[in-house]
Design a binder for this molecule. Structure first.
Ligand code: Z5A
Length: 209
């Protein structure tokens, strides 16, 4: 079987970290070799760009600066981790990818989507995830879940920002067939069961191709 690219998306508090574990456990039970990684990040230099992006700077951070940092980290990550793994035939499980850029920088920051499309095509050519599991959650519920957490620069945004982010994800999910949307407001055990179900179905479909 050739390498497949699976991404997990959702806004903060939706349970992404928790459910990346579920995706990996499902692949392990099917004896599929995979690499687990995340964006922004995944290499030492890309992790440094992530830290720069999330730091609460005293100066105003321009939306375009944020966008370019995300794509700089992605170029580094793609060429050093994601593409080599796929070329070796391994699967890749990535916590966020370019759908997050459309949701956060495109819809959240309201940057011109056509600029994002140009960068997307420049950085990743025609590479797209084979499957994207999107954990959908009302930002009001998400706020409660992460109330005790120390907030980074992005997490400190207002609810209106996260409402636009959610709108962005839902628009992407409606547009791209690779999306599987899971209602993340359900009890964790149910969310995990549905995520495992999505991965199980995808493994079965991949085996037939
Ligand atoms: N970003 C961007 O702007 N542009 C880009 O292109 C990319 C990223 C790639 C860092 O990402 C930031 O980068 C992110 C978007 C931006 N910023 N924001 N805001 P990240 O993925 O590291 O950030 P995160 O959203 O904070 O990730 P996280 O902590 O991994 O996600 P989480 O959804 O909050 O995960 P969790 O820790 O698994 O769950 C949170 C809590 O909820 C925890 O206590 C769980 O036990 C609980 N939980 C989870 N599921 C449930 C259910 N079903 N019921 C009840 N409680 C639950």
């Amino acid at each position: 079987m050739k390498g497949r690219f699976i991404t997990l998306e959702g806004s903060e508090g939706a349970g992404k970290s928790t459910n990346v574990d579920t995706v990996c456990a499902t692949l392990e039970s099917a004896n599929i070799e995979f690499v687990r990684t995340r964006e922004p990040g995944g290499t030492p230099m890309a992790e440094a760009l992530r830290a720069t992006m999330l730091e609460p700077w005293e100066e105003t951070v321009d939306g375009l600066t944020e966008l370019l940092l995300v794509f700089a980290a992605r170029a580094q990550h793609l060429n050093n981790v994601i593409l080599p793994a796929l070329n070796r035939g391994q699967w890749v499980v990535c916590d966020r990818f370019t759908d997050a850029t459309f949701a956060y920088q495109g819809y959240g920051r309201q940057l011109d989507l056509s600029k994002l499309e140009v960068l997307e095509s420049w950085v990743q050519s025609d590479l797209q995830p084979d499957l994207t599991v999107y954990l959908d959650l009302d930002p009001a519920v998400a706020e409660l879940r992460i109330a005790d957490r120390e907030k980074d620069r992005m997490e400190s945004e207002q609810r209106a920002f996260f409402l636009r982010v959610r709108e962005g994800y839902l628009a992407r999910a409606a547009e791209h067939q690779r999306f599987q949307t899971v209602d993340a407001s359900q009890p964790l055990a149910e969310v995990r069961a549905q995520v495992a179900g999505c991965i199980g179905d995808f493994i079965a479909r991949s085996a037939l191709q």
